[in-house]
Design a protein around this ligand. Structure first.
Ligand code: KIV
Length: 286
């Protein structure tokens, strides 16, 4: 019998950092991908608002709504009952007022079943982070390239290259820890900066395009499995090429249907001769 997977917690993640154990996280957006992630024993699932781009086909994450995040988190939870799930607070869901922010974070926990929420931003979001944590909802921070600010950042670009921006990201990480975040995603920042931040934090850093000095890594599942086919960021390692396999299988299916090679008897259901005979008779068919 396979061993029951141990579900991570905010406390066990901190222990992992202390013990120098790396944390593996990946996104999932639906039941089958979440089941596969759980069966593979990956530590954490992120229901990222990247679903807007890789599942819904938007150019950015900005159109993603609370309803989208709740819908997809529910499906993920049905597939991964024993994995710690973090769900993104989508664009504008944490910016209108503190009460709306806490309400939205609460919906992700209470309605959708997430274990924690992720919130993009540093010093400018500290009040929101504290308010959510006051409601006993664990918060994962997100610094560096924050895709919800893509229009302000001028594109999906490396952040923290110069002294001022590197210092700001470093300080923001310390502030988020102080505010009570249990972990921080560092996205597209130089490896030495991410390593420096990781060394100086007690909470784990989860890197994406931030190098091997982070305490853990996260990738978008559609990227790492090669389902994404139009653009692949340089920091992604592609472990499979599923898009090609999908197209090939669909071409074969389409050809077989047209040629009459599918379905065959092994995919069909029969009927008793006498029932068919009687049916035709009653319907007065020849
Ligand atoms: O939305 C997402 O998938 C993310 C990761 C890229 C960290 O925020």
């Amino acid at each position: 019998m396979s061993e029951q997977k141990v579900k991570q917690t905010t406390v066990s993640l901190r222990e992992m950092k202390k013990e120098n154990k790396r944390i593996a996280m990946v996104t999932a957006y639906d039941y089958p991908s979440a089941s596969a992630v759980e069966e593979a024993g990956v530590d954490l699932i992120l229901v990222g608002d990247s679903l807007g781009m890789v599942v819904l086909g938007y150019d950015t994450t900005l159109p993603v709504t609370m309803e989208d995040m709740i819908h997809h988190t529910k499906a993920v939870k049905r597939g991964a009952k024993n994995t710690f799930v973090v769900t993104d607070l989508p664009f504008l869901s944490a910016h209108i007022s503190l009460s709306e922010t806490v309400r939205n974070a609460g919906r992700l926990i209470q309605e959708a079943g997430a274990d924690a929420v992720k919130l993009e931003g540093g010093r400018e979001m500290l009040e929101e982070v504290r308010a959510i944590i006051r409601a006993n909802i664990p918060v994962m921070g997100h610094l560096g390239l924050t895709p919800q600010s893509v229009n302000q950042l001028g594109g999906f670009k490396l952040q923290g290259k110069d002294l001022d921006s590197a210092k700001r990201i470093f300080e923001d990480a310390m502030l988020l820890e102080e505010a009570g975040c249990f972990a921080i995603v560092l996205e597209m920042v130089p490896t030495p900066l991410a390593a420096l931040i990781s060394e100086h934090l007690k909470i784990p850093t989860i890197g994406i395009g931030a190098g091997a000095g982070c305490d853990g890594q996260v990738l978008v599942i559609h990227d790492m499995l090669g389902i994404t086919h139009n653009y692949m960021p340089r920091f992604v390692k592609t472990y499979s090429h599923l898009y090609g396999s999908m197209v090939e299988s669909l071409q074969t299916y389409s050809r077989e249907v047209k040629e009459g090679a599918f379905p065959t008897t092994e995919h069909e259901f029969g009927m008793k001769e006498e029932v068919l005979y009687q049916l035709k008779k009653e319907l007065q068919l020849s």
